[in-house]
Design a protein around this ligand. Structure first.
Ligand code: SF4
Length: 290
């Protein structure tokens, strides 16, 4: 496989074949994100992408169960690209169970319902989408490009097409001044989007990002660890998804948790209360990652 620049994928795609069909992120404005700042967005030449699929097929095609299509928001690809890529994956990987990609609300809302249904029928079965918050003020501050209603609409479109959603939220994204609104809004948005998977990451202020500049000027303050745990507690206590696999296993988090909401809500809240009382060992700062 040939890769250009740094490659990112969700923790649950650790064992997936990563196929780079786009370079960078078509939005690339979120103030906290440095993942693709060094890349100018472009769609990779289809022939190159298909050549990678063929090469992977010859080398270990029987072993590939999951494919993650990178980079930042590969759903932006047009249907012609998707049709060819998904057909090649089905051909080269006979045991393929799942194809997934990152998506933005803008990508999802730009596709017609019948286009999304086609993508599902060709094998695209899971999208990772990162609203990060459910608070309108925070959406604007982090330059997410879409707000609460756009994310609800995006989730509805995915659901109608039968594509599962993994929604990602970001502890600390509201700063100290919007922490409560950010946590409560995130819980409301989880309820409204009703995704199959929910994960929470913890914000890190990364050098070179607009957020780092705001932070240096005193216009953004990352909440301290206990406040981040309190945000997480609020989200878990208030969110009402029908049934969502819940994870905080990303390397950025201080407390890895796992379960299903709503079934494990009480247990997870108990663990968080114990952590807030200082009774649970947290991941040390030196062991955290982005
Ligand atoms: S949409 Fe995702 S990849 Fe693109 S800038 Fe925002 S956080 Fe980064």
């Amino acid at each position: 496989m040939r890769y250009e620049g740094r490659i990112f994928r969700p923790p649950s795609e650790a064992r997936s074949l990563i196929l780079q069909a786009t370079i960078g992120c078509s939005w690339n404005h979120c103030t906290y994100c440095d993942m693709y700042r060094d890349k100018t967005f472009r769609v990779r030449a289809l022939e190159e992408t298909l050549a990678d699929v063929r090469a992977a097929g010859s080398a270990f095609g029987e072993d590939v169960r999951k494919v993650f299509v990178a980079d930042g928001d590969a759903l932006v690809l047009d249907l012609e690209h998707w049709e060819a890529i998904l057909a090649a994956c089905r051909r080269e990987f006979p045991r393929l169970e799942r194809v997934s990609a990152y998506a933005t609300a803008m990508n999802l809302n730009a596709k017609a319902p019948e286009e999304l249904a086609q993508l599902r029928s060709w094998g695209l079965s899971l999208l990772y989408i990162g609203p990060e918050t459910g608070d309108e003020v925070t959406f604007k501050r982090i330059a997410k490009g879409a707000g609460f209603q756009e994310h609800v609409e995006a989730a509805r479109r995915a659901k109608d097409a039968g594509i599962a959603l993994s929604a990602i939220f970001l502890l600390g994204a509201g700063g100290t001044d919007r922490a409560q609104e950010h946590a409560e809004g995130s819980a409301r948005l989880i309820t409204a989007m009703d995704p199959e998977f929910v994960s929470l990451l913890t914000l890190t202020v990364v050098e070179g990002t607009p957020l780092a500049t705001l932070s240096a000027r005193g216009r953004f303050e990352l909440p301290p660890v206990p406040a981040l745990l309190a945000e997480l507690r609020t989200v878990v206590a208030l969110a009402r998804p029908t049934r969502a696999v819940f994870r905080t296993n990303h390397a950025s988090n201080y407390l890895p948790l796992a379960g299903t909401l709503p079934d494990d809500r009480a247990r997870i809240v108990q663990v968080l209360d114990a952590a807030l009382r200082g009774e649970v060992r947290l991941v040390p700062e030196s062991a955290r990652g982005l």
